[in-house]
Design a protein around this ligand. Structure first.
Ligand code: NAD
Ligand code: ZN
Ligand code: ZN
Length: 344
């Protein structure tokens, strides 16, 4: 089968032919219908050999959707042909976090060498995908896999981050979304659908700011040194009760803490190497700085339900598998609007 692989440190991903996998005990084989392209892959492909936690070559793609093709010996799963989405942050299934459905925070994954597909295990940018356990599959029903597949990460990750801050986003409050790309443009919709907060969006190009307004931001402005003051001014000097940074670079983390309110949540979701200074007199009183990772199994079911009821809609650009290397270039250059999805 064809697959898109990151084969050696620093090199561009390549379309290659690899053996079609066969499901072993416990596993389910999917015929991939759609796979999303996340900025985290760009980050992973920028790491040095010493910092890469898994061996290469790696088939990329940690947002996957497909139809049931086959199951390993003794595996009971959905009937062949059933469309499903893949829950990506695989855990051990048995620890306290996994028992809560929070496999993203599995206590044993590292020790057991369990990796998400596309981030250690072979990923979804291929014609077929092996899933280690049927519990990682969520039926898609009537949802279009092309617009639904980004919900497994670009939807689930901001959903988890926003959900944590819901108690703070009462009427009269504000939220800031920094970086209105794949994750950020879904975050804006989630904030509008789930909270009465005023939503301010920050990005660096007029095109991205247009998308932010189109998906519901009350105001969208340039992400620059003046942005924190602009937000303070628009919030009567108080700042925002929730700041979600989907860039996570040093400059954006400074903006994030610079426009945070007393008792706010600052969620640094982006993996841009930025760090926040936290301390008395440095951060607003009782502000919490978090760095959330992906989301739980139940949250994936919830976020798919929000799409089913039309509350959120991912903007996608779709491409063939052979185009994937160019899509990664487009993503790195900030040219993708919404989420790029590969149709193998
Ligand atoms: P994306 O490329 O689709 O979107 C990033 C957006 O940030 C783009 O619109 C870009 O124009 C904008 N941007 C760049 N520099 C900016 C700046 N200085 N100020 C404001 N906006 C700026 O990326 P994505 O796939 O949405 O991922 C966003 C980030 O989240 C990445 O760092 C990714 O690695 C990370 N991520 C984290 C998790 C997690 O669990 N923590 C999960 C998925 C992705
Ligand atoms: Zn991702
Ligand atoms: Zn676990």
């Amino acid at each position: 089968m064809k697959a898109v692989q990151y084969r050696s440190v620093g090199a561009a991903p390549e379309v290659v032919t690899v053996p079609t996998p066969e499901p072993g005990p416990g596993q389910v084989l999917l015929k991939v219908t759609a796979a999303g392209v996340c900025h985290s892959d760009v980050v992973v492909m920028s790491w040095s050999a010493e910092n890469l936690p898994f061996p290469l070559p790696l088939t990329l793609g940690h947002e996957g959707a497909g139809t049931i093709e086959a199951a390993g010996p003794g595996v009971e799963t959905l009937p062949p042909g059933t469309p499903v989405a893949v829950y990506g942050p695989w855990g051990c299934g048995g620890c306290l976090s996994c028992a809560r459905g929070q496999e993203n925070y599995c206590r044993r994954a590292a020790e057991l060498g369990i990796y998400p597909p596309g981030l250690g295990a072979p990923g979804a940018l291929a014609e077929y995908l092996l899933v280690d356990d049927p519990r990682h599959l969520v039926p898609l029903g009537e949802l279009d896999p092309v617009t639904a597949v980004p919900l497994t990460d670009a939807g689930l990750t901001p959903y988890h981050a926003v959900k944590t801050s819901l108690p703070k986003l009462v009427p009269g409050t504000s939220a800031v979304v920094i970086g209105t790309g794949g994750l950020g443009h879904v975050a804006i919709q989630l904030l509008r659908a789930l909270t009465p907060a005023r939503v301010f969006a920050l990005d660096v190009t007029e095109e991205k700011l247009r998308l932010a307004r189109a998906v519901g931001a009350h105001a969208a402005l340039q992400s620059d040194l003046e942005a924190p003051d602009a937000i303070l001014e628009m919030t009567e000097g108080h700042g925002a009760e929730a700041v979600l940074d989907f860039v996570g670079a040093p400059a954006t983390v400074d903006i994030a803490t610079g426009c945070a309110a007393v008792e706010s949540d600052v969620s640094v979701v982006g993996i841009g190497g930025g760090t926040a200074s936290v301390g008395f007199g440095i951060t607003p009183y009782d502000a919490a700085v978090r760095a959330p990772y992906w989301g739980s199994r139940s949250e994936l079911i919830e976020v798919l339900e929000l799409a089913r009821t039309g509350v959120i809609e991912v903007q996608v650009e779709s491409y063939a598998l052979d185009d994937a290397p160019q899509v990664y270039e487009r993503l790195q250059e900030g040219q993708v609007s919404g989420r790029a999805v590969i149709l193998p």
